[in-house]
Structures are given as C-alpha cells and as structure tokens.
Design a protein around this ligand. Structure first.
Ligand code: BTN
Length: 325
C-alpha cells in the first residue's frame, strides 16, 4: 500500500514492538534525510504519540493516543482500496450525512468517514444513535459495487458478517447477528449498521454503510433509556480494545467479503451469515411500519429477505422490520 511517509514511520514504530529503530535506518528505508525523519517524528509526537530517543540505538514508541486518526488506522490497514481515503473528524454531527454528501460528490470507492464523537448520530428507522466521545467506532464507508439496485440490501448482510468476523478475531467475543444486521453479545446490542443507497434505475452509484460499534464504553456512558439493551466489547470482556486496529480489521473483512460477493454471488455470504445468526429457528415478533407479525423465523431468501411462518402456517417475507426475539 502506498502510505504517506509519516504513516510509514509510525507503522514501523508500532510494529517494532518496543525495539528501538535508528534514525539512519528509517532514513535509508524511506529514502529521505535524517532531518526529514526527525521532522516527521516531531509531527507524530504532536498527534499525541510519546516517542523516546535512546542514545546510539534509536527511537522507541512509548505510548499511543487512543484515537481513530487516519495515521493510526493506516498503520494496521491491509486492504487494496477500502480505507485508502479516510476523512477524520474529532467531532461531527453524523458520519453518514457527511459520507452521503461525499458520495454525491464522486468520492472514490472505499472512502471512509470516521469520527471520535457524533452529536446527531442516525440509526435505522430514523432513530437517534448514541455515539459518545472516544469510546466507539462511528464510521461510514462508501462502496461502489457494480451491481443492480435490487441486490443492494444484500450488502447489509455482507457488512454484518465482516464486522462479526473482525470482532471475533480481535476479542474474546463472538457476536450473534439478529436479522438483518444487529450484532448482539449475550442478547445485548453491540453494533448497528445503517445501509443507504444512491442509485439509478439499473445501477448502484454508491452504497453508504454506516457502522456503529460500542467498543470501550462503561454502562454509564449509554443513555439511561438503552442501558438494559446495549453493551460494549469492554463491558463483555473486561478489556479495552484498540479501536484503530478494530477499524482496520473491519475494513479488511469488508473488502474481503465484498470481493467474494461480487465474484461468487450471495450464496457464500448467506452461509456465513447463517452460521453467525441468532434469529433463524426462533419464535419472533416483527414490528413493521403498518403491522406486527409473530411466528417462527424459517430462514432468509437469496435476496436477504426473512421468511416468517405464521401460526396459521402461512409464510410471509419480511423486508424491513424491528425484530424482537
Ligand atoms: C442501527 O439503528 O442499528 C444503525 C446504527 C448506525 C450508526 C452508525 S454510527 C456511524 C454512522 N453515522 C450515523 O449517523 N449512523 C451510522
């Protein structure tokens, strides 16, 4: 990946795992002068990193600020296109709103908008999304797959599988997916996904995937109204999670599963989704705009529609609903 020099230096310091790296070695590897190395190190320190200079040995990274800056995310990133272009805001109203504007403005495939805090975070069905400062992942990813709009909803399930896989890899938790795309741990919501579409009649222009992950919050960080239904990765494991590393891992799996989806269709994603889901086979209540239905969730169709078997034996397809298990 073609990273800017400052990010390359930061990446080397992070991956040195406490071993000193000499200024000369950095200068030689990056083909720049030692003065330039020193200037980049100063700039890295200004971002909140603590770097110790050890005489005759080199530089050691002593501490990392807990932020989701592009430099930090890029130091963990292993993708071809997703996350190559990151817009970072210490505070904003909603990354989804900004990403929607950027997508209309021709932002490239894979562009990410991320913030430390949202003042007007948006959830599904026009609900507010609780996005406290510096504790969660609040980001929106612009994807431009070459598919027709009728298949766009399947991307919601691609995202749910990617985030589940990333959380599973970096923590001791294995979330379960509640249809279509809520990630639950011990029955409480740890992640929400809001997928929005920009399309012509026959072609997707952009899918904007809004991802909210509760990472390092304690219970009090949540609004009282959701304290009984929300959780964070830290509350479940007792351990702080490196948010920038988790962002990079989510982007990695998003790219991987989006590629699989575009090359091989929905079937492999559907199988993964089914292996993580906690809805199928259960008796559920589906609250929709105009009616509420109860029955047993039988499975999802190839379009990602939930099939509900009502008590009278009738099978109904659910396209959008709030599901209660
Ligand atoms: C849900 O209701 O479950 C979806 C929540 C989606 C929240 C994310 S946080 C980042 C992005 N920006 C927003 O305003 N919303 C999404």
């Amino acid at each position: 990946m073609n990273m800017p020099i400052k990010e390359k230096i930061l990446s080397q310091l992070i991956h040195a795992n406490g071993e000193p790296i000499s200024g000369q070695k950095l200068a030689d590897q990056l083909n720049i002068s030692r003065t330039m190395v020193w200037k980049h190190l100063k700039s890295i320190e200004e971002d909140g990193y603590v770097i110790e200079a050890i005489k005759k040995k080199g530089y050691v990274l002593q501490s990392i600020p807990d932020i989701v800056s592009p430099e930090r995310i890029s130091s963990y990133l292993d993708t071809k296109s997703i996350g190559r272009n990151i817009f970072y805001y210490p505070v904003c109203e909603s990354t989804q709103t900004i990403a929607t504007e950027k997508a209309s403005d021709h932002a490239a495939h894979g562009t990410v908008v991320i913030t430390e805090q949202q003042t007007a975070g948006r959830g599904r069905l026009e609900r507010p999304w609780d996005s406290s400062a510096n504790k969660g992942i609040w980001m929106s990813v612009i994807i431009r797959p070459e598919i027709s709009p009728q298949y766009a909803a399947q991307f919601t399930l691609v995202s749910a599988v990617a985030i589940t896989r990333a959380i599973e890899e970096l923590t001791d938790c294995s979330p379960a997916i509640k249809w279509p795309n809520d990630l639950l741990i011990n029955g409480k919501k740890v992640t929400g996904i809001l997928t929005e579409l920009q399309a012509d009649m026959d072609r997707v222009q952009a899918i904007i995937i809004g991802i909210g992950v509760n990472v390092n919050q304690e219970l009090e960080a949540f609004d009282e109204s959701i304290q009984s239904i929300a959780t964070s990765l830290k509350m479940e494991t007792g351990q702080e999670v490196n948010r920038a590393e988790l962002v990079a891992k989510i982007l990695y799996y998003l790219e991987k599963y989006a590629d699989i989806y575009v090359e091989n269709g929905f079937e492999p994603i559907k199988l993964l989704w089914e292996s993580y889901n906690c809805t199928i086979g259960k008796r559920i209540r589906a609250n929709m705009l105009r009616e509420t239905l109860e029955g047993v969730a039988m499975g999802i169709t190839n379009d990602g529609v939930l099939e509900l078997k009502l008590d009278n034996g009738q099978i109904r397809g659910i396209y959008s609903a709030d599901i209660h298990l």
